[in-house]
Design a binder for this molecule. Structure first.
Ligand SMILES: [Fe+2]
Length: 243
């Protein structure tokens, strides 16, 4: 399995607070059958420049690498392969940035974009579509489920029409009502992928293992494998570390 949306990199955002917590989350991922993990800390273009974010991300990556190097060979072998990325908050005009490429997951993975929670406008939809058409990188839209009730249905339909992969939150398969809603979406022939968006080991932990079981029960082995394969295919060809 592959998890394309996580906040495991230490000290970057509201995710893992230390390299120890990062390692604990990575071990949870491995135990749940996840073999590839994208590290996608929040990037808010209104708060910092891309260069500053990447410098911070490098430091956090070095912290995590040091913690991994201190493990035994056997412990290191039971950690997933990792790729650096970002969860890029939407910013008007970002389609013109040369630097968007640098925020991809790995060197040839998708760029994960988080749309705003305030009401979407027709101009945002147009701008997003033109970014998708022009971007070298595949655009992966983060947690569409979080907008289903607050955004206009016509905008959600437009998103479907853009033909890009759309991430849904794996942790929402845990609650009864949320589960019904997410499974109903996943049964549609849309390019959905499932990712954990995990932030820590307790309140928002890695949860792909349980989500995959729920998926298999509801969609059968083929339907479940089809969805999980989409994430495998989006993971970059060269991981930063691991397998
Ligand atoms: Fe996230």
């Amino acid at each position: 399995m592959t998890d394309l949306h996580t906040h495991i990199l230490p000290g970057m955002d509201d995710g893992a607070a230390s390299a120890e917590e990062s390692l604990a989350m990575l071990r949870m991922q491995w135990e749940q059958g996840v073999r590839r993990v994208a590290l996608t800390p929040h990037f808010y273009p209104r708060r910092e420049r891309v260069e500053e974010f990447l410098t911070r991300r490098d430091r956090a990556w070095q912290d995590l690498q040091r913690a991994m190097e201190a493990l035994s060979g056997e412990e290191r072998e039971t950690l997933p392969a990792l790729a650096l990325g970002a969860e890029v908050a939407w910013q008007s005009g970002m389609g013109d940035w040369d630097e968007l490429e640098r925020l991809r997951i790995g060197t040839d993975g998708p760029v994960l974009i988080e749309l705003p929670f305030m009401p979407w406008s027709a101009s945002l939809m147009r701008e997003l579509y033109s970014l998708i058409c022009r971007s070298e990188a595949t655009v992966l839209l983060a947690h569409l489920d979080r907008y289903m009730r607050s955004q206009k249905k016509e905008h959600i339909r437009e998103i479907y029409g853009m033909g890009v992969p759309i991430q849904l939150s794996a942790d929402r398969l845990r609650g009864f009502f949320d589960r019904r809603e997410i499974l109903a979406l996943l049964k549609q022939e849309k390019p959905f992928v499932l990712a954990s968006d995990c932030h820590n080991t307790d309140t928002r932990p890695p949860c792909m293992g349980q989500a995959a079981k729920t998926l298999e029960k509801s969609l059968g082995a083929q339907g479940h494998a089809k969805i999980l394969r989409r994430s495998d295919a989006l993971f970059p060809s060269a991981a930063q570390s691991g397998m």
